[in-house]
Design a binder for this molecule. Structure first.
Ligand code: ADP
Ligand code: MG
Length: 680
């Protein structure tokens, strides 16, 4: 009997059941047995003496009284009986199951599961069986089911299916791994996960499936990485090391050790004929821009064009300004291209780009619009974007370019997520701040203290420094009771009248207005900038030393950290005030964590723990597949192991040719990942 056989052949599976199973993505016997329970209910017998109040417990006992039923109105009843459990005479209560009365006989042994009320010595029964405890029923799998299929029915189908195909199941894990990690063979693991003889076996089965799942996942990632790197036409950027050194010498500061390390990693990639696909992570203020500049300069010395892409016009312009300064002594021709560059100016840029007069193009995603053509594009760097989409890459490819790509992000991504969501990429990390930075002092305060907070802000302003005030909303909302930027802007303008200029910034302003305001802020004409989170990414105004965030509980830790990173960029002591009134314990913990650490990676790990992987990146775009069994937070060790094993396998001859690897190979092929498919 093959596992590809339809579930329709099982006893008790009619047309309707087939449809319901289909909704659960179960069509074949194989699909069925690979549908794992999401948890196991524990029915192990416990001693009541050891059972805490209100805990769920399973006990075996003898019926000591005639049961009595009390009807409490429509469909409601309460059946009660005395049971001797060990030396305890307790009361068992069954709600709304009047029929159990007929089944309970004096002197009979029964098994009960329910909540234990220690004070009243009562079990409120949720499950019961007449008769003593049956062997091998300590753990019951609970599946996530649809429609009218019940757990019991599902288990019966599972039993049939397992009996039919278990013996013929191929073990996809090569024996070397099964042996090395002492994993359960597939037959046993399947039996144990669906019909666990004890708790230990459940764990063992789980361990096996988790490893297998993560290994296959990482193999796909690594296979994709290999393919990306080796794809035809990958650029070989033969830069001029001597000129590069001169450029680095000319910079207004010395690179940190971490910056040097990542520059080396990137340069090494560029020199290789492979296509670079690298993620550069570095906390806010760690100095990623200069690393980008160095890489772009390297490409320039190799006679290739570079592109630097930012998510907003403000950021693009800021990069253009910074890079223009650094490149001033060198003869690079830099152009800025954003959506608001129009008409003749745009036309000229496009022409010069196509004929190679422009060496470096900085801009927003306007950079990869169809009409933008490069002469010889060698390197693309994206800043503060989680992903340079497959589509964007395709656009470039369709234009005949296959540049090296570097992604920069200031959102520290916990390692488990990084090697999952970005597993096909190489990762560089700047884990060190430039010297002389002062830690930002962070405080969590309540709104009642506003007067005091404004006083503190005023002190900074009087000393010639600047402040950000962040609000969750743009304008007043009927539905959400949060601070809005428009009102606060007016209030603060009144308050600071004639003393300090207040500016307003939010996403609904025209991009010209936004740019104008941002420019005035960065040139110091505006002292206080009231803004929504649009300032979150990348903006650099070193003179700003005070950050006030309204309704801080609304934001995720990583986002708060990004916002906070707008200050602390100069040599002065900076402050960040979180105004928050969190209602939940988790909310409080998040605020406390913010005040305790300035380390983005610590915060990211915490964020991941508190919010889970799905929320970390914001749902859909996460790029992290849903696992059947594995859990990225709890199974991170298995993930690391699988990652290492996958790396080794992919680069071995054995993996691509050996017989015992064929099952794993097929899984990669089936996923379509090597023919341009996406991970899911
Ligand atoms: P981010 O990584 O957040 O993009 P930036 O590249 O904007 O950080 O750098 C933050 C600030 O630190 C900038 O003003 C930059 O010029 C400065 N900087 C970068 N590297 C160094 C360094 N090695 N020594 C001193 N200052 C540096
Ligand atoms: Mg930056």
């Amino acid at each position: 009997m093959g596992s590809k056989e339809s579930v329709a052949i099982l006893k008790g599976v009619g047309k309707q059941a087939v449809e319901t199973l289909q909704e659960m993505k179960i069509e074949t016997l194989h699909d069925l047995i690979m549908t794992f329970p999401y948890r196991h209910e524990d029915f192990q017998l416990k001693d009541l003496v050891d059972t805490p109040h209100n805990e769920r417990v399973t006990v075996e006992g003898r019926v000591e009284s005639e049961p009595s039923v009390l009807f409490l109105g429509k469909n409601k009843s309460r059946t009660q009986v005395r049971v001797l459990v060990g030396r305890h005479l307790i009361k068992a209560i069954f709600f709304n199951q009047p029929y159990v009365k007929a089944k309970l006989h004096l002197g009979e042994i029964i098994t009960l599961t329910g909540k234990w009320d220690r004070g009243r010595q009562v079990i409120t029964v949720s499950n019961h069986t007449i008769g003593p405890r049956t062997n091998g029923a300590d753990f019951e799998p609970v599946y996530s089911l649809k429609g009218s299929i019940h757990q019991k029915t599902f288990r019966k189908l599972m039993r049939q299916a397992l009996d039919l195909v278990k013996e013929d199941m191929e073990d996809c894990l090569p024996k070397v791994f099964v042996d090395a990690y002492q994993l359960a063979p597939i037959q046993e693991a399947l039996e144990w996960v669906h019909f666990p003889p004890d708790g230990e076996k459940v764990k063992q089965a789980r361990r096996r499936f988790v490893y297998e799942e993560l290994l296959v996942f990482q193999l796909k990632m690594q296979a994709l990485r290999k393919k990306n790197r080796e794809e035809e036409g990958g650029s070989f950027i033969d830069y001029d090391l001597e000129r590069l050194k001169i450029f680095i010498e000319s910079l207004p500061f010395n690179l940190t050790a971490a910056q040097k390390r990542v520059v080396n990693e990137i340069c090494k990639d560029m020199k290789e004929p492979f296509r670079m696909n690298r993620l550069l992570q570095g906390d806010v203020g760690s100095g990623k821009t200069v690393v980008a500049a160095i890489a772009l300069y390297a490409a320039y010395t190799a006679g290739l064009q570079g592109a630097l892409m930012a998510p907003t016009e403000i950021l693009a312009e800021q990069h253009a300004n910074t890079l223009e300064q650094w490149f001033r002594p060198f003869s690079l021709n830099i152009a800025l291209l954003t959506g608001s560059v129009k008409g003749k100016k745009r036309q000229l840029i496009l022409e010069q780009l196509a004929n190679g007069e422009i060496d470096l193009l900085i801009g927003t995603h306007a950079l990869i619009q169809p009409e933008v053509r490069f002469h010889k594009l060698g390197l693309v760097i994206t800043d503060e974007q989680h992903r340079f989409g497959v589509d964007q890459r395709r656009v470039l490819k369709d234009k005949g370019y296959n540049p090296d790509v570097l992604f920069m992000t200031a959102t520290p991504i916990p390692r488990t997520l990084a090697i999952s969501a970005f597993g096909e990429m190489d990762v560089s990390v700047i884990d060190e701040m430039p010297a002389g930075r002062k830690e930002i002092e962070t405080y969590w305060m309540k709104k009642e203290m506003f007067g005091k907070i404004v006083g503190r802000m005023e002190k900074e302003l009087t000393a010639g420094r600047q402040a950000y005030v962040i609000c969750p909303l743009i304008e007043e909302s009927d539905k959400l009771d949060y601070q809005n930027a428009v009102d606060l802007f007016q209030q603060l303008s009144m308050y600071f009248k004639d003393r300090f200029t207040v500016g307003l910034m939010h996403g609904r302003l025209h991009s010209d207005e936004k740019e104008q305001t941002m420019r005035e802020f960065s040139e110091g004409q505006i002292a206080v900038l009231v803004s929504t989170t649009v300032v979150e990414v990348g903006v650099n105004v070193p003179n700003a030393s005070f950050m006030l965030i309204y309704d801080a509980e609304r934001f995720g830790l990583s986002q708060l950290h990004q916002l906070r990173g707008r200050v602390g960029r100069g040599s002065e002591q900076s402050y960040c005030i979180l105004l928050a009134d969190p209602k939940t314990e988790i909310g409080k913990e998040r605020m406390t964590t913010m005040t305790e650490t300035n380390d983005g990676f610590v915060l990211a790990e915490k964020d991941l723990q508190l919010r889970g992987p799905g929320d970390f990146f914001g749902r859909k775009q996460s790029g992290i597949p849903e696992f059947k069994m594995a859990d990225l937070i709890h199974d991170y060790r298995a993930l690391e192991t699988a990652r290492k094993d996958a790396e080794k396998l992919i680069s071995s001859e054995e993996f691509w040719h050996a017989e015992d690897m064929s099952c794993l190979r097929q899984q990669i092929e089936k996923s379509g990942i090597l023919s341009g498919g996406r991970l899911d």
